[in-house]
Design a protein around this ligand. Structure first.
Ligand SMILES: C[S@@+](CC[C@H](N)C(=O)[O-])C[C@H]1O[C@@H](n2cnc3c(N)ncnc32)[C@H](O)[C@@H]1O
Length: 250
């Protein structure tokens, strides 16, 4: 089935497609303290919740990029409803193919570092898209403990895909960035993120019995449920990492 349809169905009830609570997201938005006129880039912006909150709180302009047509439609609709007239453009393109013609005051990539081949690649790419003294915000998993081989196989992951929380910060420092803040999710945040997918899949199956993809959706979600409860819940953490680019950088 279409990958983006699968995520659209399983994330139907998520505002943000990552394990950050509403309260933590609000706190983070407050800490950004963007000046009027700031420019913001969100690579893999999902349903545009973070951009929308930023536009509600600050006088910004910005660009959101996402490969999923479902996410792009949701993001545009959300912005129109909540911040009519916001100077935010949402583009339906692959982040890897997107090259901006301006530098930004804040660049973000939350939960999609594969676009730039991992955490380090994402930081180094966002550095090239930002002004000196800019903020860079990344959402990235980290290992809570050494993952079981069986978990890696079940989820088609490699050990070297993620670092520890400490390593995620160190990579930023190694890229010449100053770590300003980390917003770490707890098990409640993870449980909400994961189990809302079970709920959404079941609701979709109930409401759309004729959808030919229902069986595959339920099978994939059931597999994810087992992997999460068996291994993932104790193995993978999640944090948002806020870095500052030095003022002398270009
Ligand atoms: C885990 S979700 C995070 C979404 C959003 N940043 C958030 O936190 O709510 C990952 C997002 O990456 C998008 N995505 C996946 N591959 C992409 C790519 N190559 N270029 C742009 N977006 C991509 C998906 O459509 C999805 O919206």
């Amino acid at each position: 089935m279409d990958t983006w349809k699968f995520y659209d169905v399983t994330h139907r009830y998520h505002e943000v497609c990552n394990p950050t609570s509403r309260a933590k997201l609000d706190e983070l938005v407050g800490l950004l303290r963007l000046n009027p006129g700031s420019t913001v880039l969100d690579i893999a912006c999902g349903k545009g919740e973070l951009l929308t909150r930023l536009a509600e709180r600050y006088e910004i302009s910005g660009i959101g990029v996402d490969i999923s047509p479902y996410c792009v439609t949701d993001a545009i609709q959300k912005l129109r409803q909540r911040v009519p007239g916001a100077q935010i453009q949402i583009l339906n393109v692959d982040g890897a193919d997107y090259s901006p013609d301006q530098l930004f005051d804040l660049a973000m990539c939350i939960g999609a570092s594969w676009v730039y081949k991992g955490h380090r690649g994402t930081l180094s790419t966002l550095k090239t898209m930002t002004k000196p003294d800019a903020l860079i915000l990344i959402g990235e998993p980290f290992w809570l403990k050494d993952p079981d081989d069986a978990y890696l196989v079940a989820e088609n992951l490699r050990r070297d895909m993620f670092g520890t929380h400490y390593e995620n910060v160190l990579v930023g420092e190694d890229e010449g960035l100053f770590p300003l803040y980390t917003m770490v999710s707890n098990q409640d945040d993870w449980d909400r993120y994961e189990t809302l997918q079970w709920y959404a899949a079941e609701m979709h199956a109930r409401d759309n019995p004729d959808d030919p993809d229902v069986s595959e959706i339920l099978t994939r979600v059931a597999r994810g449920r087992t992997n999460y409860l068996h291994w993932g819940r104790d193995t993978v953490g999640w944090a948002m990492y806020l870095f500052r680019k030095p003022s002398h950088a270009n």
